[in-house]
Design a protein around this ligand. Sequence first.
Ligand code: CTP
Ligand code: ZN
Length: 156
Amino acid sequence: MEGELIVRKIKDGTVIDHIPQGKALLLLRLIGITGAEGYRLAVVSNVESRKMGKKDIIKVEGKELMGYEVELIALVAPTVTINIVRNYEVIEKRKISPPRIVRRLLKCPNNSCITNNDPEATSEFQLINQTPLLLSCSFCETMLNGEQVVKQLLGE
Ligand code: CTP
Ligand code: ZN
């Protein structure tokens, strides 16, 4: 409802709904959507939500999100609902949750960790807590928090 006061319904694509307030632009950067791709894109921030107080919404017309993009979003914003829209109808509504094990995506902050020294070893983290996000290296148990995850994913 709320978003529609600002942005109309889309025909085909993805609506990322129930984003924590103020996080929409961060999520777009994480999945690498810049606007230059040519998708018709709407970002609605800080609108009223019955469930969350305030929320953000992203609408991407002409693109259905890939599995790995959904996983990235799930890591940093587990409250999100991904709606796949075809011919104006929501044909799939995905409540997402972060993966319990995150492989190959993140780097262990511990320089002496085997994953940073053995070229054959791939990184692996266990999900310790969802909100706030906390991961633990499967090899050396070094912790990685949400802020560190976001920095790594944005290449900062
Ligand atoms: N939406 C859209 N274009 C469509 C269909 C839906 O932009 N053609 C948007 C709606 O505006 C809403 C979201 O997709 O922000 C989910 O739509 P819908 O499932 O119809 O809304 P709700 O039932 O309110 O969703 P929920 O129960 O997940 O809050
Ligand atoms: Zn480690």
